[in-house]
Write a protein that binds this ligand. Structure first.
Ligand SMILES: *Cc1c(COP(=O)(O)O)cnc(C)c1O
Length: 409
């Protein structure tokens, strides 16, 4: 029996050649490949966004390559000045990286439930959570003052950014988009309020967006990420903190022929740079991004057509990057047996996600019960992600469809 894995990265000859080119060049770490990757990524976003100047505050657009989206999210919150007095609002329905970076900085993670019939954060619940934080009375253990919101585009389906941004504006909060799944994801035109949002792409609709190039993501460098921001005031800090807190520009200001040995450490920064070896792979993957998206869209359309009339299932919301194809079982009790039956027939699946408020660390730290975020808990119990990777053959797609349908008949 041929195994159909849950995921398989799409890597071709060009990626192999790019790695060899860098290996033979004598320069492996961050250098001109990484700079070129940043520039090409920026060109891609501007081109796909369809505007030369993105939305304010994106008067300019900066792309900073990092060694993972986790690093990028950490740098984003750090540059916003997040500290131990602060609270950061984010969905429970996400991967643990979204929350751990809040804790790295000593701030508290405030979990917000997802919207009914969605995998994304519910703006109404978000506003309630902000108001609850502001109302904490004296004597009560304060959960921190609201500082920032992390919007996660689950499966690459864009969050309701106009609603999230207007809440942020009302209460003076920063917004970071965890766009790990959302490269590239177009915001549906009639879904956006032009007053608040002028960008067309997920990751460009807030203060800072962060993309992931982890092995399973829509484009990959094995490990890697990209921080995207229009806020010039953030860029310098992110650049410095990405490389040990080393600031070379201090010296550059005083001399044209910068001494290559001189540097100043202005903060205990991190080691978060993306090496050329990986950036070279990213440059090739970036050129494939739209073709890979089309392939995922074709698979999703095939699945949609096959499953939309199956009464036991709910198909995923349309649009976006199609990073995941997560079906919902109307009878959650059957979920685990369903996964097992697919596994026994050689089909890999996954569950996105086990909500963070069920995880021992967060559950215990914040005394949370599963029902405290009822939609997240419910979605978790009913969801299964099916294989959706470019390179799947017609036969493989058909086999997934037949096996899924057979499980219910
Ligand atoms: C994968 C993922 C991340 C982290 O990405 P890395 O590049 O692996 O650090 C963050 N958030 C979400 C929602 C993810 O799925």
């Amino acid at each position: 029996m041929e195994i159909i894995p849950f995921h398989r990265p799409f890597i071709g000859k060009e990626e192999e050649e790019a790695v060899l080119r860098v290996l033979r060049s004598g320069w492996l770490t961050t250098g001109k490949e990484t700079l070129a990757f940043e520039e090409e990524f920026r060109d891609f976003l501007l081109r796909e966004n369809g505007k030369t100047i993105p939305a304010p505050p994106h008067h300019n657009l900066f792309c900073l390559a990092v060694n993972s989206a986790t690093s990028g999210l950490h740098l984003a919150l750090e540059a916003l000045g997040t500290g131990p007095e602060d609270a950061v609002l984010l969905p429970s329905y996400t991967f643990t990286a979204t929350a751990e970076i809040v804790r790295y900085l000593g701030a508290e993670a405030i979990f917000v439930d997802i919207a009914p019939d969605s995998y994304n954060m519910d703006p109404e619940e978000l506003e309630k959570a902000v108001l609850r934080l502001r109302k904490t009375k004296d004597g009560e253990k304060a959960a921190g003052k609201p500082k920032a919101i992390i919007a996660v585009h689950i499966g690459g389906v864009p969050c309701n950014m106009p609603a999230i941004n207007s809440i942020a504006q009302r209460y003076g909060l920063a917004v970071v988009e965890d766009s790990a799944h959302a490269f590239p994801a177009r915001i549906i035109e009639d879904n956006r309020d032009k007053q608040i949002l002028q960008a067309n792409l997920a990751g460009m609709c807030s203060d800072i967006g962060v993309f992931s190039f982890y092995a399973t993501k829509t484009i990959t460098t094995g490990e890697g990420g990209m921080v995207v921001t229009g806020r010039e005031d953030m860029v310098r800090r992110i650049e410095v903190m990405r490389s040990h807190g080393i600031d070379r520009s201090v010296w550059n200001r005083y001399t044209d022929t910068a001494a290559s040995w001189y540097y100043e450490v202005v903060a205990p920064g991190f080691k978060y740079n993306l090496p050329d070896l990986l950036a070279a792979v990213g440059r090739v993957q970036l050129r494939r991004a739209l073709e890979l998206l089309t392939q995922r869209q074709i698979i999703a359309e095939r699945y949609d057509r096959a499953f939309k009339n199956e009464g036991a299932l709910i198909i995923p919301p349309p649009g976006g990057a199609r990073h995941l194809y997560a079906i919902r079982l109307k009878e959650p009790e059957r979920r685990d047996a369903f996964i097992e039956s697919l596994r026994s027939q050689g089909i890999g699946t996954s569950v996105h996600f086990i909500p963070l408020h069920l995880m021992p660390y967060y559950r215990d730290r914040y005394s949370l019960k599963p029902e405290d975020l009822p939609q997240s808990y419910q979605r978790f119990r009913e969801t299964v992600s099916l294989p959706i990777w470019p390179g799947m053959t017609e036969t493989q797609i058909d086999r997934v469809i037949e096996t899924v349908l057979r499980a219910f008949n």
